[in-house]
Design a protein around this ligand. Structure first.
Ligand code: 5GP
Length: 191
């Protein structure tokens, strides 16, 4: 059971790296007022921690995407409230995998006459990339395992884990999600 799930990035590793990313953004965007634009839902813990590590007069906003099929088509289901024309926009993503989603999002935002566009992704699954998309800031490069926690879900759950876990055996999770919950939350879930 314990071989099926491995904690790959601890809470303290996350805190350390996010404070470095915040310091880099503070330096690079000094004198500007960027919009930090989170991509729901996976961005939420990262966005909350990253903006508090960034000492700028920034604005925070979110949008939500719907993906169609497997060819990277996306549409914006919930749009940002802040008008983005003339703004320095920093996309905040949980993870870049194939790169298809980020490519489509960047294209959509470029049409809005933004002053600049950059992306910060907590995780970069570089080995799985199928389209070459600019990624200006990234927290960690990871392998191709399925990851959970710190915003990343399995069937809507486990986003609230404070660290990141790799699922080495997806069948084990599918067959017995309660066993994983017990491992990470420490007590059996009773219904
Ligand atoms: P891409 O278009 O780059 O292939 O996909 C990016 C999206 O796929 C992420 O925003 C995330 O929702 C999802 N994703 C990619 N890898 C993982 C993973 O390991 N775990 C989870 N929970 N979601 C992932």
């Amino acid at each position: 059971m314990n071989d099926a799930f491995v904690e790959v990035v601890t809470e303290s590793d996350l805190a350390r790296r996010i404070s470095q990313l915040g310091a880099e953004l503070t330096e690079d965007y000094r004198g500007r007022e960027p919009v930090m634009l989170g991509v729901l839902m996976g961005c939420l813990p990262f966005l909350a921690d990253l903006v508090r590590a960034t000492d700028l007069e920034l604005e925070v906003d979110v949008l939500s995407l719907t993906r169609f099929g497997h060819d990277g088509r996306v549409s914006i289901m919930l749009d940002a409230a802040v008008p983005l024309a003339g703004r320095d926009v920093i996309i905040v993503e949980d993870i870049v995998d194939t790169g298809l989603t980020l490519t489509a999002l960047r294209r959509a935002l470029e049409l809005r006459d933004v002053t600049s566009l950059a992306t910060v992704a907590l995780l970069d699954k570089a080995p799985r990339r199928i389209v070459d998309v600019p990624l200006e800031y990234r927290g960690f490069e990871v392998g191709d395992e399925f990851l959970l926690g710190y915003g990343l879900d399995w069937e809507g759950k486990f986003r609230n884990l404070r660290s990141l876990w790799a699922v080495m055996d997806l069948a084990a999770l599918t067959q017995d999600p309660a066993a994983f919950a017990e491992l990470v939350f420490g007590a059996p879930i009773t219904r």
